[in-house]
Structures are given as C-alpha cells and as structure tokens.
Design a protein around this ligand. Structure first.
Ligand code: CDP
Length: 215
C-alpha cells in the first residue's frame, strides 16, 4: 500500500499556519490535524478541574485520563479562548504531555488514506521528521498580534491591541525558549514569511511548492 503524503506545517502563534493547513487539506482532499487543538483540549480539561498550572504531577495525571477522548469531536470556539491558549503553552512544556500526545499525532499521519496535513510547532522535527513536505510559516510579532487582535474582536471580545501584543511576546518567549529544539525554521525545507501576504497568496505559494515537490 502506498504511504500517505504527509505535509508538516510549523510556525509561531497567529502566523497563519492553521488556516493554510486547513485549506491545503481541503483542496488536496487530505486529512487535517490541528495539533495545537490537542494541547488546548488537554489544557481545557486541566483548567476545568481547577488544577494549578504549576502542578505538573496532577497535569500529567489529567492528560493520561483525557487521552482516550482525543479522537472524539470537540467544540472549537471554547478552545480558541486566549486563557486556554496560554494554558496550552504552559502544559506543552512538560515532556510527559508531549509524549502522551505523540502517538496520537504520529498514528494520524501514518493512517491517513491519501495524505495528511498536520500543523503545530514540532511536526517537521519530532512528529513527522520524514514528512514529504515541510513548511515553516512565520510573520513579524506585530503582524501576528494584529491578526490575533482582529480575530478576538470578530468574536466579540473587547481586548486592547497592546495587551494582545504583550501576550503574544510572552507566549513567543515561552515557546522559543522551551521548544527551541522542536521549532526549527532553519531545518525546514520551505520558509514562508506571511507578514505582507494575504491568506490567498499564502495558499497559492504553498500550493506551488507542493506542486513542484510532490512525488
Ligand atoms: O494558534 P496558536 O498558535 O495561538 O495556538 P495553537 O497552535 O493552538 O497552540 C497553542 C500552544 O500549544 C502553543 O503556544 C504551543 O506552546 C503549544 N503547541 C505545542 O507545543 N506543540 C504543538 N504541536 C502545537 C501547539
């Protein structure tokens, strides 16, 4: 049986990697996995249980309990909340949590029928190091904060741009320091800086790269 074609898309928060991954998967008729949502789901479960974010032992136990629910459908709107994203970035620093989510992600890629698109932080380095195509999507911190600010406003959340920017910088620092061996723009095959690009342009560029590299 032919192995599925795997596309790994990594990059920082609000770089546009998620919407690109979804569009590519739809267009190519590939399976799609938002791996950030897995971390967010575990984080939400932890928050709902009132577990403190520095209680590593309890967080690991909660993630072990939650593991069996990973393949069930989930409510995206709750997960997109900023406090959940922040909690996700905290729990994602715990090696045991990354290990718990590792098998699910790898199985997803390996068992796809035609192909799979996975987006996250460590897809091209840890989860699918043999991916057929690796993209690293980035943009300036200010542009990413502007996008996140617009997204939050469109969902009726009245937050100040400065607060979003500060939170973005804090999250970048945490991800960059703690995930530095996982997030490696330098080893990925294709880097796309979306600072001055619209979503359609990013999609077209990624598709061109796919077309010129597909086996
Ligand atoms: O969309 P945004 O980048 O804000 O968030 P996300 O992709 O949903 O990920 C939330 C957090 O989970 C990130 O800040 C990372 O710390 C963590 N994460 C990770 O460590 N590894 C992944 N493959 C995906 C997310």
């Amino acid at each position: 049986m032919k192995k599925p074609f795997v596309i790994a898309i990594d990059g920082p928060a609000a770089s546009g990697k998620g919407s690109l991954a979804k569009k590519l998967a739809e267009y190519l008729n590939f399976d799609f996995l938002d791996t950030g949502a897995l971390y967010r789901r575990v984080a939400l479960y932890v928050l709902k249980q009132g577990i403190a974010l520095d209680n590593t032992e309890k967080i690991i136990k909660a993630a072990q309990e939650f593991q069996k629910n990973l393949s069930e459908p989930y409510d995206d709107a709750t997960l997109r909340r900023d406090n959940v994203g922040n909690a996700a970035s905290h729990i994602a620093q715990i090696p045991e949590i990354r290990q718990i989510l590792f098998d699910f992600q790898q199985n997803f890629a390996q068992n796809a029928k035609k192909g799979a698109v996975l987006d996250g932080r460590d897809i091209g380095t840890v989860i699918c190091p043999d991916a057929d195509l690796k993209l690293f999507i980035t943009a300036s911190t200010e542009k990413r904060a502007q996008r996140r600010h617009k997204e939050l406003h469109s969902r009726g959340l009245d937050v100040k741009y400065e607060a979003v920017l500060a939170e973005m910088q804090e999250r970048d620092n945490r991800d960059n320091v703690r995930l530095k061996d996982h997030m490696r723009p330098d080893i990925d095959n294709h880097l796309i800086d979306t600072s001055d690009m619209g979503p359609d342009e990013v999609f077209q560029k990624a598709l061109d790269i796919y077309n010129s590299s597909s086996r």
